[in-house]
Write a protein that binds this ligand. Sequence first.
Ligand code: NDP
Length: 273
Amino acid sequence: MDQYRVYGNPIKQSRSPFIHTAFAKSTEQQLCYQSEFVPLDTFAQTIKQFVIAGGKGANITVPFKEQALALCDQLSERAQLAGAVNTLSINNGQIFGDNTDGLGLVKDLLQNQVGIKGVNILFLGAGGAAKGVILPLLEQQPNSIIIANRTVSKAQDLCRQFNSDKLSACGFEQIANKHYDVIINATSASLSGNVPPIAEQLIHSDTVCYDMVYGQGLTPFLEWAKQSGSEKLIDGLGMLVGQAAESFNLWRGVMPETEQVLQSLRASLENNN
Ligand code: NDP
């Protein structure tokens, strides 16, 4: 049976085996998808062994996305620009690297009826996840994207990577007080119970607030956004399922339905499983 893996450290929390096994079932594809913990210094070796053993594809998660890029024989444009790979497709011993995080985010926004064309986006964060999603967001033709980050130089570097007059960078304190249609939190602040220090006045009832983090109930950022008046709150669970669907499509040539899997995952999260 065709073999697929998700490699990471830590990996126990990964929902990818559940998601891909459900996709395989719904699309009637015969495959085996498992998670594997990789010690920090053996990533390259692990991938080489998987290729030799005839593995067909893999997802790569924290902290190996940059290392994975270096192992690829070929890269998609978005993976190259992101400087990070979350999907490996293996064919005749050759590794093709792609990054489907951005497609997952865009798909989830559209599925939540959030149009991106012509809108003003405030984008918080400039880490690995941010790098992967800026190009797919730009491809949707927003009016502007302001990238704000705690370390301003990282937001500026990210901005320079894309030759676009739609993009600008600043620190949290310098965010212009104007109307943003969509605010995307791509920082990991919610994981430690924190919220990026942005002004409450930036939030209106129609401001879409999106947190890439997900969990039981509202994330700290979404709870803050709700208290500040936003009526449109979305967490990153749909993005997770969306990026997985894009990987699955790359490997199998079939785009799986995502709604059922998303509902099962949501129920499992709310039951604290
Ligand atoms: P990185 O570690 O690469 O980057 C972290 C980012 O968060 C940096 O911009 C960092 O700022 C900022 N940050 C961290 N703590 C704080 C804080 N207390 N206040 C303000 N800013 C903070 O992580 P990733 O970019 O890979 O991931 C970001 C988040 O997105 C993670 O929580 C991850 O779980 C989530 N994610 C979700 C996905 C999904 O499918 N839903 C997919 C990928 C990621 P600085 O540069 O100043 O350090």
